[in-house]
Write a protein that binds this ligand. Structure first.
Ligand code: PML
Length: 239
């Protein structure tokens, strides 16, 4: 589902479901899209013909709170430096990009891809790369568990994306902040853990985005193909 207003993207969502769930899912997607004002809402249905990869469980959630977003970003950078060996000053500049409009004065549509030399590898610097084709075998059950623990539907979607991302052999870590100005919780995914960090961005900031940190020898076409086209279903959650 994609909705827009005056040709500007407003919201998007994707599900992988069985035939028997199509009707109810269409309604869910419509309801989700209509939470925000739009003048165009498209819902597209696509049959999955390729084999589905099943992952046993999500990354494990570690929920962490900090005094302010600067302190939180210091912690986030430590995690990423340790894994990627990108020098701190280089990493700092890369992370600053998603807090300040990605060098193009607006949010990228997808994620930045950065290797261990701190070099950006996206094929298109405005589009970036979008992870899609990922869902839970039983999304409602997982959502219920997360909500009981005080997490949100955003956590559910982000956890699915980051679990697929880190299941790619050449992916080392992911950094994410929301582009919603009042959603200040973000995360770093690394070594099987989803570090859910509050606050990872400054309240009121309209900028946000994702950075995928990859190995130097990553094959960019294989990475794009896996993240965009290979269907992945996750069976269970770790909280
Ligand atoms: C969380 O609540 O676990 C963080 C989710 C970040 C979502 C970023 C986004 O808006 O896509």
């Amino acid at each position: 589902m994609r909705s827009s207003l005056e040709e500007k993207h407003v919201s998007g969502h994707e599900r992988i479901v069985k035939d028997s769930e199509i009707e109810s899912t269409l309604l869910e997607l419509y309801k989700r899209g209509s939470r925000k004002d739009f003048d165009l809402l498209n819902i597209k249905l696509q049959k999955i013909t390729q084999p589905i990869k099943y992952l046993e469980r999500t990354l494990k959630i570690e929920n962490l709170n900090f005094n302010d977003y600067k302190e939180a970003n210091e912690f986030a950078m430590e995690l990423i430096c340790k894994k990627t060996f990108i020098p701190k000053n280089v990493l700092n500049n890369i992370i600053y990009l998603v807090h300040s409009g990605c060098g193009i004065g607006k949010n990228m549509r997808g994620a930045m891809v950065v290797n261990q030399q701190g070099k950006r590898l996206e094929k298109d610097k405005e589009k970036g790369i979008r992870t899609s084709m990922v869902d839970f075998v039983n999304r409602n059950k997982v959502l219920e568990i997360l909500k009981e623990k005080g997490f949100t539907e955003r956590t559910l979607d982000a956890l699915a994306l980051s679990t697929k991302n880190l299941s790619f052999e050449g992916m080392l870590a992911e950094y994410c902040i929301s582009d919603e100005p009042d959603y200040i919780t973000g995360y770093v995914a690394v070594d099987g853990i989803y570090y859910r960090i509050t606050p990872l961005k400054k309240e009121g900031n309209f900028f946000g985005g994702r950075i995928y940190f990859v190995k130097n020898d990553v094959d960019i076409d294989t990475l794009y193909y896996y993240l965009k086209n290979e269907p992945v279903l996750i069976k269970d959650i770790q909280v």
